[in-house]
Design a protein around this ligand. Structure first.
Ligand code: GLU
Length: 271
């Protein structure tokens, strides 16, 4: 009898050990999300139109945040909950790799370098890099920035792109978009560069500034997920396709971009 008990205990501990032995990379983030009925998303807190903290209630609001809410319902069902953690361009990858968030939806474009460390869903928004300048600036586009100081944000891909186009431009990188805008206002640089979608949000908040030069890169945004989470990537892609097919996607585009002066929101419609 005692022997039987001993063998059972041994088997149970072996099974437990096997379960606990799974490394973070081997665990299914999607399975855990289904168990807790919750997906934790990383979203921006300093980017109007995509993820901006509303000072009245302390909550992040924007297109990325709404997309995360809708994707969660498609993936987990109508009772599924979305939780949010605020990230910056620089903290996105480390927070995802550390498991602080399950998925990242934070104006993050799909690049070959980033694909070496994280996986991406298919693209869910088409942006392109541009410039924001004071309305009286003589700067017209990104090809004539040599000798000028251009402001960007640490962790964003925008600074390297400027260096390719105007190699003698001086780039000043700040921690987030609030600081970058302040630097532009106080004359620490002559232009601010990032995606047009983010710059239009800044132009809405700062009427003395305008977006110039069209777009000089293609920046498709993707949902970033950890490596070895194929089921999660598939679930996000399926949810995106459903949102595009049933008009939810276009409704969100209209909600956030319809009233942005100079922005052709209809060009972003899908289907
Ligand atoms: N889409 C660019 C990037 O992911 C710039 C926007 C941002 O800083 O989030 O690097």
């Amino acid at each position: 009898m005692k022997k039987k008990l001993l063998i059972t205990c041994l088997l149970v501990s072996l099974l437990m050990f096997a379960g606990c032995g799974k490394s973070v990379a081997q665990q299914s983030v999607l399975e855990n999300a289904r168990k807790t009925n919750t997906i934790t998303w990383g979203v921006k807190g300093d980017v109007k139109l995509f993820g901006l903290i509303d000072v009245h209630d302390g909550r992040q609001k924007g297109f990325d945040v709404d997309m995360a809410q809708h994707l969660t319902k498609h993936i987990l069902g109508p009772q599924g909950k979305a939780k949010f953690l605020t990230v910056t361009s620089q903290s996105r990858t480390p927070l995802l790799k550390n498991g602080n968030v399950d998925a990242m939806i934070a104006t993050m474009n799909i690049t070959p370098e980033r694909k070496k460390v994280v996986d991406f869903s298919k693209s869910y928004f088409d942006a392109g890099q541009s410039l924001l300048v004071p309305k009286n600036s003589s700067i017209k586009d990104a090809h004539h920035l040599n000798g000028h100081t251009v402001i960007g944000v640490v962790g964003a891909s925008s600074a390297q792109n400027i260096k390719k186009i105007s190699p003698k431009a001086h780039v000043l990188e700040l921690q987030d978009y609030a600081q970058a805008m302040n630097a532009l206002k106080s004359g620490q640089g002559e232009a601010l560069t990032t995606d047009n979608s983010i710059l239009y949000g800044l132009a809405v908040q700062n009427p003395g500034y305008r977006v110039v030069g069209g777009t000089f890169t293609y920046e498709p945004y993707g949902v970033a997920l950890n490596k070895n989470q194929k089921d999660f990537v598939q679930a996000v892609n399926k949810a995106l396709s459903e949102m595009e097919a049933d008009g939810e996607y276009n409704q969100l585009i209209k909600k956030w971009f319809k009233n942005v002066p100079g922005f052709d929101y209809r060009a972003l419609y899908r289907h």
